[in-house]
Design a protein around this ligand. Structure first.
Ligand SMILES: Cc1cc2nc3c(=O)[nH]c(=O)nc-3n(C[C@H](O)[C@H](O)[C@H](O)COP(=O)(O)OP(=O)(O)OC[C@H]3O[C@@H](n4cnc5c(N)ncnc54)[C@H](O)[C@@H]3O)c2cc1C
Length: 453
């Protein structure tokens, strides 16, 4: 049984981003981004109409969408604690992978079946929106629309997926885009020798740092100013009682609209979120493909390989350069309790050796076919390329915080989610017009429910 977040979180206090994080594969391949360290020595203005905190995909998309909706870019600044897009958006595993049905049971338990259906429909919508957006704006972010496999690696997990699939379908969930394969076909289609069963549905992959950087660049071209290495320490009420003062090491900026796109770090500035938000360090690895997965053998789909709900591995293979990005869940029974406990942290300066070893071991089991030289070693240049970590903001009820911050007029939160719906709310539209499930809203009702958990 996996330890609860409350148990793991003991002793880990809210924090801002830690300086000098390690670089991910994505960051290592985008060092020439001209705005990477934008305005790092400049003071912030005294006033600005919209202040976005955080330059990940949420913050970048929020600034872009505000300008799309007619706000003058000159009225928007973005404050980023480290280099541009250096949080989870610059260090994830590259999947653009909707949950097709698996989360239905969990979401239903927390939010009821109606919201669970909306959450899963929203997942599918997000994939379509990303595809549409990338095509419309010709975003060079290596987006590759394909399919994904949920590979069941044990009979127990196969039974679990079948049960959830059926419950989702019976509740009215759309499964018309999901294909199921029994053992033999699953093994042929996925090329995973020990697969017991598999599901397949549309999904994609991208270069997340290129996507965030494209959004930031587009916003900057429209007049938005990004201040990097400018960490916000607090937000206080301005003397006039209506605006907010945002405190940074390079001066304070007064604003009517504060938009917290700070993901795992959100509770530093919004302490009311602290009991419900856990920083979770995830680790990913880039691997240079051996011949079994190169050239015409390159994998066309992405993967989630599951032994149980919490013990799984994820893989994408990039179409452009064939690099494979392999992720390890924190629920692996092969990891020690110390390593598991160490995953609840804001520390992303390095990676965990035990998780790396587990990744390489599983890699050989799941994707055999390495070339060996005469001494039995990997061919030089193939195999492990790089390992890195990043911090995920996990909410206790599995959905992000999106919407107005209750009791703090003019403050908005968009933590652990893309920035689309929030802009409609900021510009005065009703929740129904955002298309987001109601349970994403951090209102009093949700806070009470979370507190009673
Ligand atoms: C290893 C890993 C693998 C993942 N794999 C996937 C995947 O395959 N697919 C997927 O969809 N998602 C994945 N995720 C999750 C995904 O990356 C996030 O959900 C997404 O990037 C969140 O974007 P964001 O903009 O909300 O947050 P972030 O990208 O984390 O941005 C928040 C920003 O706020 C800044 N900030 C925080 N506090 C302050 C402050 N006080 N002052 C100034 N700036 C501040 C941070 O420095 C950061 O840049 C993964 C995450 C990790 C870490």
């Amino acid at each position: 049984m996996i330890a609860s977040n409350d148990d793991l979180k003991r002793g880990v206090k809210a924090s801002g981003p830690i300086p000098n994080p390690c670089l991910s594969y994505w960051q290592r391949t985008t060092r020439a981004f001209p705005h990477l360290n934008a305005n790092r020595d400049e003071n912030v203005p005294n006033e600005c109409l919209y202040v976005i905190i955080g330059s990940g995909i949420s913050g970048a998309l929020t600034s872009f969408e505000l300008t799309e909706s007619g706000v003058n870019g000159k009225d928007i600044i973005i404050l980023e604690a480290r280099e541009a897009a250096s949080g989870a958006s610059g260090r994830n595993a590259g999947h653009v992978r909707p949950d097709a049905f698996r989360g239905f049971k969990h979401y239903s338990t927390f939010h009821g079946p109606e919201q669970a259906l909306k959450i899963l429909a929203n997942e599918r919508l997000v994939l379509n929106k990303v595809d549409e957006f990338v095509r419309k704006h010709e975003v060079q972010c290596d987006f590759n629309l394909s399919t994904t496999f949920d590979v069941c690696m044990t009979p127990e997990f196969t039974a679990y997926e079948a049960e959830v699939f059926e419950a989702f379908r019976k509740a009215g969930g759309d499964v018309s885009h999901v294909k199921y394969y029994d053992t033999e076909e699953a093994q042929t289609r996925t090329r995973i020798k020990n697969a017991v069963a598999a599901y397949e549905w549309p999904a994609g992959s991208s270069h997340p740092a290129k996507l965030a950087q494209w959004l930031l660049n587009a916003a900057i071209e429209r007049g938005v100013t990004l201040f990097t290495h400018c960490s916000v320490s607090k937000v206080t009420k301005h003397d006039n009682g209506e605006s907010w003062d945002i405190h940074t090491p390079r001066g304070n900026v007064t604003t009517r609209n504060v938009i917290h796109c700070t993901n795992a770090y959100a509770s530093l500035l919004l302490p009311q979120l602290e009991p419900h938000l856990t920083p979770n360090r995830a680790q990913a690895h880039s691997i240079i493909a051996p011949p079994a997965f190169s050239g015409p053998n390159t994998l066309g789909s992405t993967f989630s390989l599951r032994y149980d709900l919490h013990h799984f591995y994820s893989l994408i293979q990039r179409k452009n350069d064939g690099t494979m990005i392999f992720g390890v869940s924190r629920g692996s029974p092969n990891l020690s309790p110390e390593t598991l406990k160490g995953c609840v942290t804001f520390e992303d300066r390095s990676y965990n050796e035990e998780i790396l070893n587990e990744a390489l071991k599983q890699w050989q089991i799941l994707f055999p076919g390495k070339d060996r030289d005469i001494a039995g070693r990997d061919v030089h240049g193939e195999g492990l390329d790089h390992a890195w970590t990043g911090i995920i903001g996990m909410t206790a009820d599995y959905v992000p915080f999106v919407g107005p911050v209750e009791g703090m007029n003019g403050q908005w939160v968009c933590a652990g989610f893309g920035g689309h719906g929030i802009v409609k709310l900021i510009l005065g539209k009703e929740w129904g017009e955002t298309g987001l499930p109601e349970c994403f809203n951090m209102n009093k009702e949700r806070a009470l429910k979370l507190a009673s958990k």
